[in-house]
Design a protein around this ligand. Structure first.
Ligand SMILES: C[S@@+](CC[C@H](N)C(=O)[O-])C[C@H]1O[C@@H](n2cnc3c(N)ncnc32)[C@H](O)[C@@H]1O
Length: 220
């Protein structure tokens, strides 16, 4: 098979990050700077290009009702909320009060706080009780990796036909193709989920190499 892709270098990545709408975004830059002060944890935030991609996708789908699992300091939630119309709604699930307090401040600064509701606590427990008022158009999953499949199963029945679910970190920095005995438990879980989604008759899925890999699923 001919492999048709362009390997990324840091310079090429920076080029991509520079050549997009709203590349200079003072709110996101301030959020990124504050998130960096958290040290290693800061790496959990989505990348700048992922951020633009989420806004683009949500707007292109004309999504109104969205859910996010894994909010951290707010990069992805701001990106999703920006793609929603003024009366759109994003429900965020996260268990960490300290990190989401930062998100709350930046939702205000970005002018999207009216669209977002935060539910604090363990997502598996909260999602078992979750009954959205309207069918969901868009779901973004970026929390504990061992919970991804449960979040998928809990949310899929609430997603409308044609709605989209996006999972982050689905390449696990390349570890998904390592021999199973060398993979972490988390990576084996993600590998299983990629395979399940590819074969699942309820969705159409495609794995794209944006940042650490996004798995995009459209409910059939
Ligand atoms: C990778 S970070 C999310 C990054 C975020 N999407 C962003 O763009 O900044 C993962 C988040 O999942 C949350 N989390 C981890 N386990 C959780 C659980 N069991 N229930 C709810 N949230 C959880 C963490 O508190 C953390 O904020």
């Amino acid at each position: 098979m001919m492999h048709k892709y362009t390997p990324l270098t840091d310079a090429l990545h920076d080029y991509m990050a520079g050549q997009r709408s709203r590349a200079d975004d003072p709110v996101m830059e301030a959020l990124r700077a504050e998130t960096m002060t958290l040290g290693d944890a800061s790496q959990m935030a989505i990348s700048e290009v992922q951020s633009s991609f989420l806004t683009f996708l949500v707007a292109a789908m004309r999504a109104r009702q969205a859910v996010e699992v894994g909010t951290f300091t707010g990069s992805s939630s701001i990106s999703i909320a920006r793609g929603l119309p003024a009366d759109g709604r994003l429900v965020c699930f996260d268990s960490n009060e300290q990190w989401t307090a930062i998100a709350r401040r930046y939702w205000k600064q970005a002018g999207v706080d009216e669209k977002i509701e935060l539910r604090l606590g363990d997502a598996a427990r909260l999602l078992r009780e979750f009954k959205p008022e309207f069918p969901l158009d868009f779901v973004f999953i970026d929390a504990n990796k061992d919970g991804y499949d449960d979040y998928f199963e809990a949310l899929l029945p609430h997603v409308r036909a044609g709605g989209v679910l996006v999972f982050d970190n689905m390449l696990r920095h390349g570890e998904v193709i390592w021999p199973p005995e060398k993979q972490t438990v988390e990576t084996r879980t993600i590998d299983r989920l990629n395979r399940k989604l590819a074969a699942d008759p309820r969705v159409e899925s495609v794995l794209v190499p944006l940042a650490d890999g996004l798995n995009l699923c459209r409910k059939l």
